[in-house]
Design a protein around this ligand. Structure first.
Ligand SMILES: Nc1ncnc2c1ncn2[C@@H]1O[C@H](COP(=O)(O)OP(=O)(O)O)[C@@H](O)[C@H]1O
Ligand SMILES: [Mg+2]
Length: 333
């Protein structure tokens, strides 16, 4: 098949996306597909073969059978590009408009997952307007979470704008820092559990979960967390597969990963991230609808451990996209 691989994009994860995109093109070629390199510049323009791409509603994308948006963060992983691809009438890899937008929003997704009974850390949403109108009220609201807390912009990624707050005096600064990225912020009780991640593949209600892996951080006992540096510095983290958790806890992680995927209405792929507390309790942290996607990224490594090689993974995702498009666009009978 002819696959338009979209990479780059307007978010702070532009370069990460370029690396994932190059890997996906190589994986698709190895699986026997043709891959078009469509570059989304930081200014939002789309490029292919040295020329700006012309997009017309209902007219497809460069004659491709499928699009593979390997884009992370806002303007790529958040439903915007997915909506554009819907209007172009191109099948595309990954989640649709609603699931993409939902999962990129840590505040709203937490409400949806809570309603579904999925276990999470205690959390409070805070808006910039609420903070400027009544800072004391907000401090009282988040005070109930205790300390330490994590303060996060609702719609970001790669740990950008996130702060860990150990003392009440640091809270105002952390909120201001997060508001620089998003007017909606989540404050969460800190978990001191292990960070465990699980890859999910399939259709929303027919998905399978990989063996879970554990993110091992040097210096974690000194309060280090999985920040931007740990994510993107060589040696900043180590993935342990299988995770150092009991089999029954790993089963629980996989079951919750599939449940979270289904509840959000995800499609194709997602990496679902958890905290596993010392007593074995499993808490859902977040669902990433387009996780880092090179062969050495966590998503692919967990599938490699589950017996699925990178080219086969790319091939399967393309097939899922075509199946989903066929099912959703079929006239109602
Ligand atoms: N409630 C929490 N308890 C403990 N650590 C947390 C918590 N929330 C976030 N972290 C740390 O911050 C990292 C990034 O947070 P996350 O919510 O996954 O945002 P991102 O979308 O940027 O990956 C996590 O991998 C973890 O190390
Ligand atoms: Mg994360």
């Amino acid at each position: 098949m002819k696959v338009a691989v979209l990479a780059g994009g307007r978010s702070s994860e532009h370069d990460v996306s370029l690396a994932s995109g190059a890997a996906v093109r190589a994986g698709l070629k190895e699986a026997g597909h043709e891959a078009l390199e469509v570059g989304l510049a930081r200014d939002g323009t789309w490029w292919w073969d040295g020329a700006e791409v012309e997009l017309y509603a209902g007219r497809g994308l460069l004659g491709a059978d499928v699009a593979f948006p390997v884009l992370h963060g806002p303007f790529g992983e958040d439903g915007t590009v997915q909506g554009l691809l819907e209007l172009l009438d191109v099948p595309y890899v990954g989640s649709g408009v609603l699931a993409s937008a939902l999962c990129l929003d840590k505040a709203v997704s937490k409400e949806v997952f809570a309603r579904a009974g999925l276990p999470q850390v205690a959390h409070e949403p805070v808006t910039a307007a609420g903070w400027s109108a009544d800072p004391d009220g907000v401090l009282a609201q988040v005070g109930g979470l205790g300390l330490p807390v994590f303060v996060k912009p609702a719609r970001m990624g790669s740990s950008v704008g996130i702060a860990r707050v150990d003392g009440a005096g640091e809270l105002a600064g952390a909120l201001q820092g997060a508001f620089a990225h998003d007017h909606l912020v989540v404050v969460e009780a800190a978990s001191d559990g292990l960070e465990v991640e699980c890859s999910v593949l399939g259709h929303a209600h027919d998905a399978t979960a990989s063996p879970p892996g554990e993110i091992v951080l040097p210096g974690r006992e000194d309060g280090r967390w999985y920040d931007f540096e740990a994510k993107y510095t060589a040696g900043g983290m180590e993935l342990r597969v299988p995770a150092g958790i009991a089999d029954r806890v790993a089963d629980r992680v996989r079951a919750l990963a599939v449940q979270g995927f289904a509840r959000a209405g995800c499609a194709g792929l997602a990496r679902v991230d958890f905290f596993v507390e010392e007593d074995g309790r499993v808490l859902l942290n977040e669902v990433n609808t387009m996780p880092g996607f090179t062969p050495t990224s966590v998503y692919a490594k967990l599938w490699a451990a589950g017996g699925l090689a990178y080219p086969a993974l790319c091939d399967r995702l393309v097939a899922l996209a075509v199946e989903r498009f066929g099912a959703e666009r079929a006239p109602a009978s």
